[in-house]
Design a binder for this molecule. Sequence first.
Ligand SMILES: Cc1cc2nc3c(=O)[nH]c(=O)nc-3n(C[C@H](O)[C@H](O)[C@H](O)COP(=O)(O)OP(=O)(O)OC[C@H]3O[C@@H](n4cnc5c(N)ncnc54)[C@H](O)[C@@H]3O)c2cc1C
Length: 448
Amino acid sequence: MTQESTRSRAPSQPADCEVIVVGGGPAGSVAASWLARHGHAVQLFERDRFPRFHIGESLLASVNDVIAAIGADDAVRAAGFPKKWGATFMLPDGSSERYADFASAPAVPTPQTWQVPRATFDDLLLRHAAASGVLVHEAHRVHDVAFDEDGVTVRVQDGDRGVTRAVRAKALIDASGRGGLLSRAFQLRVDEPRLANVAVFSHFSGVPRQEGRRAGDIRIVARPDLGWFWLIPISEGLTSVGVVLPRSAFQARSTLEPADLLDALVGDTPIVSSLLSSARREWPVRVERDFSFSSRAYAGDRWLLVGDAGSFLDPVFSTGVAIALESGLEGAQAVAAGLAKGDLSTRRFSGFARRQRRRYLSFRRFVLAFYTPEFRDLFFHADPPQRMFRSLISVFAGYWNPPLTTRVWVALFFLLVRLQRWVQVTPRLSPMAAETGPRRNANSNPAR
Ligand SMILES: Cc1cc2nc3c(=O)[nH]c(=O)nc-3n(C[C@H](O)[C@H](O)[C@H](O)COP(=O)(O)OP(=O)(O)OC[C@H]3O[C@@H](n4cnc5c(N)ncnc54)[C@H](O)[C@@H]3O)c2cc1C
């Protein structure tokens, strides 16, 4: 599929619906649900049959707003997912711990969120879309898209019956995830070489939890090579454990099988090794590579990119689902406004596209910084200024565009991170806690 083939002038045919949504992950389900609940005729095509495995299990507090906006809050609450109140960031030897409690941050209206086995969570949202009036087609892969002056036609393959048919609508929301149906077709993808990291992960039983209210929180353990581990309690018995490594660190161990690699990395991260000492691996070990990118455009005539179909960021701050849900909601609202005005042009969608870009850049700044020693020196400082730290937590909770005072504190923090490169604003971390290589590595650019 090329840009040319997607811009053919097909003869005018009646539309089967107003909006086609490609992909039934969180972004697609939210976009489709909101549109259907506001009276629009929507068809959603999902390649797989749900429930299906997906990585990305730790949610941010900001997702509560979106879940409420599509009326799925009761269903999510009733699902009994582990409650998450924040994130604990730790050094590999356990010598320092920083607790980001969402309840302590300004601008976070509902601090408690969830850790979710994505098979269950995504299935719940897809069923919610169907209950909201969306015509949901599972095991249907969209493999061709053609835009014309009056609408869009997709060719869809029914995986169960092996037949292909054409479906026509006025607009298309691409929520196809990192597969990126339109961004690949239009060659929109812009890779982030500085975040060319690799993730290795599995699910374990027998991992001890934190005490009390923090039992459901995510634990992030920084590694000396500037990588990091996640430990996410996704159900009563299971904990998702994974490590993200700079590609160079991964390549240095490229001879190892994924399971041996994970074992080796656990083994040389003392605090993780101790937490997993009585744990049992319940799933095969999976690997995901090179997963950060943005897009040259997020919208065009009759189309929008939402969630990972538009951009994806290294998951250190668990931003993926929050971005997917928020952009799914905003994409749906932009299309509804366009339908009301009879204008589904690129220009009409420019506000949506601008916010997509700003959201991505706001989080990206944090993610790039996390991979620098300077950020970690300051972040793990024994006694950070509380007002500044609480402001950072607002962003960690998903509120990337907080009120002015919070933004000023965040800017001040980044100024200190920059200064730390040249003068010692705060003591450097100890060798075990900090990087073992040169002070600046391939990933580490100034926090911008
Ligand atoms: C290692 C790793 C760890 C992560 N950890 C976290 C985390 O802790 N917290 C967090 O919030 N995020 C995390 N993420 C990110 C998170 O997984 C994604 O951001 C999120 O799933 C995006 O949702 P989406 O709806 O945009 O895409 P997806 O969830 O990927 O959904 C896209 C759907 O589209 C379907 N599809 C694709 N192509 C087609 C087609 N041609 N036709 C029909 N259907 C199609 C797919 O089958 C899929 O179901 C992590 C990601 C990685 C790689």
